[in-house]
Design a protein around this ligand. Structure first.
Ligand code: UDP
Ligand code: MG
Length: 343
């Protein structure tokens, strides 16, 4: 994974850390997450921020975020105008983050905050992207584990960049790498692929994935399949070539079968069977529908891109009033603020 030779980088011992968390109906998890995170972060650095990105939650998530913001100036919130989906919601949070090193993690405590110091340590040694690999997954059904395992391997096989297997979005990224990713505004986002695509120095850290703290997964089978399709289609055109190979293979079979037909016609006087006709009609019908559907998947995504709609809309940026006032006064508003709300 490691790219070119390490450059001597000056990485601060106690960096400005941002932790970005996409939240969709996570009212129960957030207070616990906040408590555990704060404990870890206060030890790691004296400058940090926690950015909660609210993805149009229908429960009290927004209230919880407001409450945390009002109590703690380290907390900020981005409230999206509706549910835009996990990857876009995460992007919105990343757009708002201002840290030198940025950690992104799920809200449900499946990604343990206690791993953050290890991520930071690797970053300080010069890694630009430190991704957390799931060694084990607790509390997730055999079906989810199996489909995830297959998906990561299929993805690896199909794409030219080697997206690390069993790796979710839990990772730490350096500001440079993040800016590179944020400059990419494609709408069918598969962030973990983009983070690999940009390169830089990438290092793994291994951990055991915990069970969800509360609530249930926001990824039912249909969403998981869409996510998998996004992953494959945005990083690979191999499926498009699939039609050609199936076409070739079936023509070869048809040719062999044709030889047999000629042979029986000449010597056996065989009866032309309807079975073979039906079978081949069905077979080619299936292949054609499948490949048309496949084209549709790509065309749909091209359509999404050419519309060039903004990735998301922000309803409100929630900040602690005392901090906002302070920043306005001292005029040290970082450049990243300019990106906020745009997309
Ligand atoms: N999430 C989101 N928008 C959505 C679905 C999920 O922001 O439309 C967030 C969710 O709150 C969580 C993260 O994305 O922080 C991962 O979701 P989840 O834990 O449900 O996925 P799983 O771990 O089951 O794959
Ligand atoms: Mg989860």
């Amino acid at each position: 994974m490691t790219t070119n030779a390490p450059t001597p980088l000056e990485r601060p011992e106690r960096p400005f850390l941002s932790v970005v968390i996409p939240c969709y109906n996570e009212e129960e998890s957030l207070p616990h997450l906040y408590a555990r995170l704060t404990k870890v972060l206060q030890k790691a650095t004296d400058r940090y921020e926690i950015v909660f990105s609210n993805d149009g939650s229908r429960d009290q998530t927004l209230m919880v975020i407001r409450d945390l913001v009002s109590k703690d100036p380290h907390v900020r919130g981005v409230d999206l105008s509706r549910n835009f989906g996990h990857q876009v919601c995460l992007t919105a949070g990343l757009d708002a983050a201002r840290g030198e090193a940025i950690v992104m993690m799920d809200a449900d405590l499946q990604d343990p905050p206690e791993l953050i110091p290890r991520l930071v340590a690797k970053w300080r040694l010069g890694a630009d992207v430190v991704y957390a690999v799931r060694k084990k997954r607790h509390g997730e059904g055999a079906f989810k584990r199996a489909t995830a395992a297959i998906f990561y391997r299929v993805l690896r096989y199909f794409t030219r960049i080697s997206i690390p297997v069993d790796t979710g979005d839990f990772r730490l990224i350096d500001r440079r790498a993040l800016d590179a990713v944020l400059a990419i505004r494609e709408s069918n986002r598969f962030l973990r692929g983009l983070f690999t695509w940009v390169g830089f120095r990438q290092e793994p850290v291994y951990y055991v994935r915990q069970r969800r703290h509360a609530g249930e997964t926001k990824y039912p089978l249909t969403k998981m399949m869409r996510f998998a399709m996004d992953g494959i289609t945005s990083f690979s055109s191999v499926p498009l070539r699939f039609a050609m190979w199936v076409g070739l293979a079936s023509s070869a079979l048809a040719f062999l079968y044709g030889l047999r037909v000629i042979y029986t016609g000449l010597f056996g006087g065989g009866v032309p069977g309807w079975a073979s006709t039906t079978v081949s009609v069905l077979f080619f019908g299936g292949v054609q529908l499948f490949t048309i559907g496949l084209l549709g998947e790509y065309i749909g995504r091209i359509f999404d891109e050419v519309k060039r709609r903004p990735l998301y809309l922000v309803r409100e940026v929630i900040e602690n009033k005392s901090v906002t006032a302070q920043r306005a006064e001292s005029k040290i508003i970082p450049a990243y603020d300019a990106q906020k709300g745009t997309s």
